[in-house]
Design a binder for this molecule. Sequence first.
Ligand SMILES: *Cc1c(COP(=O)(O)O)cnc(C)c1O
Length: 219
Amino acid sequence: MSVDVAAYTSLKKELEATGATLVAVSKTKPLEDIRELYDLGQRDFGENYVQELVEKQAQLPPDIRWHFIGHLQSNKVKYIAPFVHLIHGVDSEKLLREVSKGARKAGRSIDVLLQVHIAREETKFGFDAAELDALLGQPEVTALPGVRLRGLMGMASFSPDPAIVRSEFKTLAELFRKGAARIPDFNTLSMGMSADYRIALEEGSTIVRVGSLLFGSRN
Ligand SMILES: *Cc1c(COP(=O)(O)O)cnc(C)c1O
């Protein structure tokens, strides 16, 4: 199939030294590809469309930890609330409240990361530094029942200049450290994709989200 086993093996080895978690981003990829990595021991997978995630989750082993890494609409929280392992892209207080509601209905607690806008592109979602600071300063919001704020997630610019990517990751890592000083459960920093995961690891990432390097490019 199209899984690059050699790339997976060497990436796992590389990550071992850092202790970071690999989320294999399987969006648009078939069940067989996910099963192939699962059989090699991979358990963390990332998807960014709710319907696709729900369909895949129903057909794959129950011990997979599913990460939702896309832009989540408030009205779709209920579909993933019963099983999602970590929601990476919470980008508004409204969505955070909706996750709280969904978690309570599902009778569980859900781990979330707040998405921070660090890239130059306008299209990327997330809080800016001031909005993040304001949100983390509201105990009523940070202690919503059913949600655990575990940390931050961000995407760097699509830039060929590694210095730009690094400085954006540095910014995010600094915000993460400040957040960790205020929020007891903050221990997770999701940054780095196929093109920039090495820089992200050097800047303190604890979760990399890697797709095309493992599964080949998406159409
Ligand atoms: C698709 C996607 C990834 C993986 O991207 P690759 O370049 O294929 O590694 C990581 N994070 C998010 C949020 C994504 O949407």
